[in-house]
Design a protein around this ligand. Structure first.
Ligand SMILES: Nc1ncnc2c1ncn2[C@@H]1O[C@H](COP(=O)(O)O)[C@@H](OP(=O)(O)O)[C@H]1O
Ligand SMILES: [Mg+2]
Ligand SMILES: [Mg+2]
Ligand SMILES: [Mg+2]
Length: 398
């Protein structure tokens, strides 16, 4: 959380203390909870689906059920989360942190994208993927060291060893251009790369887009406390939503579908009682504009800063009431993989999401949300009031 503040300074009020645990990380906890790849193999993946029924993707009818997609997406996210946690445990050290060495997150990013794409290809071979990463940095002699680390990592979780060419091919299954027609997945293998390196919040994010709209979304949040009110309790949350079927949370590596509970955005009706969250990174959102918006809304609580789509998770289960992502540069186009899963999870939890101008996020254009600027999410009771304050503060800048 709050960047370089020492831990003791982060916890100046009781509320903030509660939040410090949620938004910040605890290296000891996240290390202890990391699972060993050695005891994990994706051959053990048991698709927990009640739908051997085929999935109906033609969206002109309302019969789409997405049972198999939901189950496969969960398994892929769980598997990739384990890969990321294992990398954190093994490769993130005091030394890499001091040297600001980003190689551990790079290895985890590529490894997680390969693993998710392997699982998606197995179950949905015809579905293209819009993934954040590509294999460029792993190619040739220049990419050899990194490539070998990624290949070793991926092969610890596959049934049969895969060649490096095969792993690069899997990573590059993520190069689809997206667009308005048909089905495709969108994947952020690690969202919140900086949070990952700090041992704080990050998320593995996977969503299915059909005919330009997000229909299924899964967020794996390995460092998110299962219950906000039990800060010393277990961490590791998986959130899932299917269009029209509600949003749910369960333990990330836990009891499967039987463990799922519905989640709901908060009911706070007066913004003075609201808590808002935003990115840690000042380059990703304007902290100055958000402070001005908070003032207009009579919000007195300090903002909760955390990395990744865990901010959507926080609003979806009512831990926070508002998420503000306010453009720093008019030219920046948000990426669909940074928002797709969070978007449907908010909608299905009863919350609302638009851009700073109150326009729904348009996932039908391609790899970016080029028709939108920034993102605002909030519970439905206060959403319009929040958008009014955003508009007043930004005064048509975007
Ligand atoms: N100038 C910018 N404005 C907004 N988002 C940006 C940005 N530059 C990078 N990002 C995105 O912000 C994401 C992290 O968001 P957050 O700040 O909410 O944690 C990054 O995802 P990755 O970490 O997957 O690269 C990256 O895609
Ligand atoms: Mg991202
Ligand atoms: Mg990423
Ligand atoms: Mg990135």
């Amino acid at each position: 959380m709050t960047g370089n503040l020492p831990a003791a300074m982060r916890c100046c009020t009781a509320t903030f203390q509660r939040w410090a645990v949620l938004s910040g990380g605890n290296r000891a906890v996240s290390r202890a909870s990391g699972s060993s790849l050695a005891c994990f193999s994706w051959k053990h993946i048991n698709i927990d689906t009640d739908s051997n029924q085929s999935t109906f993707r033609t969206y002109s009818t309302q019969l789409a059920y997405f049972g198999k997609e939901r189950a496969v997406a969960i398994e892929a996210v769980e598997c990739a989360s384990r890969v990321c946690q294992a990398v954190f445990k093994r490769l993130v050290t005091e030394e890499t942190l001091t040297k600001k060495d980003k190689s551990p997150v790079t290895v985890a990013d590529f490894g997680a994208q390969a693993v998710v794409n392997l699982i998606l290809e197995k179950h949905f071979p015809d579905d293209p993927v819009v993934g954040e990463e590509d294999s460029k940095d792993l190619q040739g002699e220049e990419g050899r060291v990194l490539r070998e680390k990624v290949v070793d990592l991926v092969n610890t979780v596959t049934e049969q060893p895969l060649s490096s060419d095969e792993i690069l091919r899997l990573i590059d299954r993520g190069q689809y251009a997206g667009g308005p027609k048909g089905s495709h997945w969108t994947l952020d293998p690690i969202d919140g790369t900086k949070g990952f390196l700090r041992g704080e919040q990050f998320a593995v994010c996977l969503a299915l887009i059909v005919d330009g709209k997000v229909r299924v979304g899964v967020l794996g949040c390995p460092n998110l406390p299962y219950e906000l009110d039990k800060p010393d309790g277990e961490r590791g949350v998986l959130m899932v939503a299917v269009e029209g079927q509600g949003a749910f949370q369960r333990r990330l590596h836990g009891g499967g579908r039987a463990d799922e509970v519905p989640i709901h955005a908060s009911k706070v009706a007066d913004t003075k009682d609201a808590t808002f969250c935003e990115s840690v990174e000042a380059a990703h959102t304007s902290h100055g504009d958000s402070a001005n918006i908070a003032k207009l809304l009579n919000i007195t609580r300090p903002s909760v800063r955390m990395d990744s789509q865990c901010k959507y998770a926080a609003v979806a289960r009512g831990d926070a009431d508002i998420y503000l992502r306010l453009p720093q540069k008019a030219a920046y186009e948000e990426k669909i993989w940074d928002h797709a899963a969070g978007n449907i999870i908010i909608h299905e939890s009863g919350g609302r999401v638009t851009d700073v101008n109150g326009k729904p996020l348009d996932f039908s254009i391609g790899r970016t949300l080029s028709a939108n600027k920034g993102v605002i999410a909030a519970n439905a009771n206060i959403f319009d009031t929040v958008i009014d304050a955003v508009q007043t503060t930004l005064a048509g800048k975007f």
